[in-house]
Design a protein around this ligand. Structure first.
Ligand code: SF4
Length: 571
């Protein structure tokens, strides 16, 4: 390149507006730290939900000489549509792709996306700076680690690069200006010491950590950025238990000293079988809702886990996860993956029911994806299956799970997501599964069929339509206990949603309503005129009144507190 300095547009494309991509900011920090010519670098953000043309306009407005795009499983289809438009609009700009979605198939990416001049494989901070030096003629392209491109003879290919240590902080004033209350991401460590066969981080990435002092400083910066959630992207936050405890302790102290805003949540991905007494003691002491944990169980079957190169003591893990959830101070999400080796429908359902019995706040049922670079993708003999060749490369069948079995799981997953994971009908679900002993998977499968049928008829369901549909579906499961089903669903409805309007199945005309409401206002006045929902419960021996004032939402469950009194105590 002949210019003395050039302009670089670093493009981050998220799956939703609420996410903010950290990768372009890391590259920008790398340029500042390592590039020999300080070119102007700007970050351009977009989401896959906007028209490509809109993002194109924002990129073109920068008149960049170089466009770098971070590619992931969730945005690669968007990128493939954007690239031809970009090349047409900016024919002289150099386009370079990076990110996990192209890092392990560089040659294929150069062929599939001919508009791209280069693919940068692996971590990018130092290599991207070196690439810019090479553009200025200060280095040779062949020397840039991880850089791949076409040559007259064919291809110049270089394996994915990994830094020895952590990289400069991406958090600058410009970063905070664009964050605008969205979820903030933080990397206090990079890499993972484990080697799960379905995961890219399992390719022997070395674990590297930022010094604790820097982690503290960045946690405080992000905590005070206006974001409601700070998500640590550390692959296994508690891989180093001592360090994890130091960070948790630091955050608890900051919350107690009010140096971080109330209501803020820190989200961590942890290994359940690394939970120890010290961590649990800290979580017990933490302010409610300060922490949120995501635990990838993946499977409840030790033999299946061994086949994907995970070693788990399931008894220990279940005991620790039960303790963690039982503390009630932090929201806990558990993840399962369908499609792992030797796990058929029966085995998966057994594991699902076991995981559900641990009472997680959310149980996420994911479907195996064969991502480029993972052992499962690269060793088809060891991991036989059929899968989509297009992203997100979802597995369609395995020798143990047929396509029809996957459909069954998807049906259950739909209801799980709409009901349990949305925090709806918690008392009803608990009554059905723990007292009436309805098998959890079976329950969600039946509800999933109902919800899908209704959605086919009506499109997206309102909460009224969903409640009515669930009520009718559950009637045949509960036999004569219809009145109790209605009462529990009413309680759930009041606790989870700010509304006084009820669907027909939960409404009961009661001529005492007016008198009861006046009595409640007199005996239990509302604070600050908070909205109040009032209803009657008829299933118990004594008729009762339930009321819910919509304030004081539980920071862990998101539910509003319910109050109950006998009708005769009020009138
Ligand atoms: S799945 Fe989690 S624990 Fe396993 S290699 Fe990936 S990041 Fe590490």
């Amino acid at each position: 390149m002949n210019k003395l300095t050039v302009k670089v547009a670093l493009v981050g494309i998220s799956s939703q507006f609420v996410h903010s991509s950290l990768a372009p900011w890391c590259l920008k920090a790398g340029l500042n730290a390592y590039a020999r010519v300080q070119d102007e670098a700007v970050v351009v953000e977009g989401t896959v939900n906007e028209p490509e043309q809109k993002l194109l306009e924002r990129i073109a407005a920068q008149r960049p000489d170089v466009v770098g795009i971070a590619c992931y499983i969730w945005n690669i289809a968007f990128v493939s549509r954007l690239l031809p438009l970009l090349k047409k609009e900016l024919p002289d700009s150099i386009i370079i792709l990076g990110g996990p979605e192209v890092s392990h198939r560089a040659q294929d990416a150069l062929d599939s996306y001919p508009e791209a001049d280069y693919v940068l494989c692996g971590e990018g901070e130092k290599p991207f700076a070196q690439f810019m030096d090479a553009l200025h003629g200060l280095d040779s392209m062949e020397e840039v680690p991880g850089l791949c491109f076409k040559t007259a003879e064919g291809y110049h290919l270089s394996p994915p690069f990994q830094h020895e240590d952590m990289q400069p902080t991406p958090y600058t004033e410009a970063y905070f200006n664009q964050l605008n209350g969205r979820i903030a991401y933080l990397e206090t460590s990079r890499g993972c010491p484990y080697s799960c066969a379905f995961c890219l981080s399992g390719r022997g990435e070395k674990l590297r950590q930022v010094p604790l002092e820097r982690a503290y400083q960045e946690l405080l910066l992000l905590a005070n950025s206006g974001a409601r959630t700070v998500k640590l992207v550390d692959r296994t936050f508690n891989a180093d238990r001592k360090r994890a405890c130091e960070i948790l302790r630091f955050l608890i102290e900051q919350a107690e000293n009010n140096t971080i805003p109330q209501g803020l949540t820190f989200h961590f991905e942890i290994a359940g079988d690394l939970l120890d007494e010290e961590t649990l003691n800290l979580v017990e002491k933490s302010p409610k809702g300060l922490f949120q944990f995501e635990i990838g169980l993946q499977s409840m079957d030790e033999a299946t886990l061994r086949l994907v190169r995970r070693r788990t003591d399931m008894g220990y893990l279940k005991a620790r996860v039960t303790q963690l959830i039982g503390l009630g101070t932090a929201q806990v999400h558990l993840d399962l993956i369908a499609g792992l080796p030797q796990e058929g429908l029966r085995e998966f359902i057994k594991g699902f029911d076991e995981a559900y019995a641990l009472r997680p706040h959310a149980l996420q049922l994911g479907f195996l994806k064969l991502i480029h670079g993972s052992a499962m993708r690269e060793e088809p003999e060891a991991y036989p299956c059929t899968f989509d060749r297009e992203p997100p490369y979802q597995v369609r069948s395995t020798p143990w799970l047929s396509e029809a079995d996957f459909k069954v799981l998807q049906t259950a997953e739909h209801a799980l997501d709409k009901v349990h994971n949305a925090g709806r009908f918690q008392l009803t679900l608990r009554w059905l599964t723990e007292e009436l002993r309805v098998q959890p998977f079976d329950l969600f499968y039946q509800l999933g069929q109902v919800i899908l049928t209704l959605e086919e008829e009506k499109g997206r369901l309102s909460l009224e339509q969903l409640t009515q549909g669930l009520y009718e579906a559950l009637l045949h499961l509960v036999g004569e206990k219809e009145a109790l089903l209605r009462d529990l669903m009413l309680l759930d409805r009041f606790a989870s949603t700010q509304t006084t309007v009820l669907p027909d199945c939960l409404k009961r005309k009661d001529k005492r309503a007016f008198v009861v409401k006046r009595a409640l206002d007199r005996l239990h006045p509302r604070n600050n005129d908070a909205m109040r929902a009032v209803g009657f419960l008829y299933a118990g021996e004594e008729e009762q009144v339930v009321w819910c004032d919509y304030e004081g939402q539980d920071p862990v469950t998101g539910l509003y507190p319910l109050n109950v009194a006998g009708v005769t105590d009020l009138i």
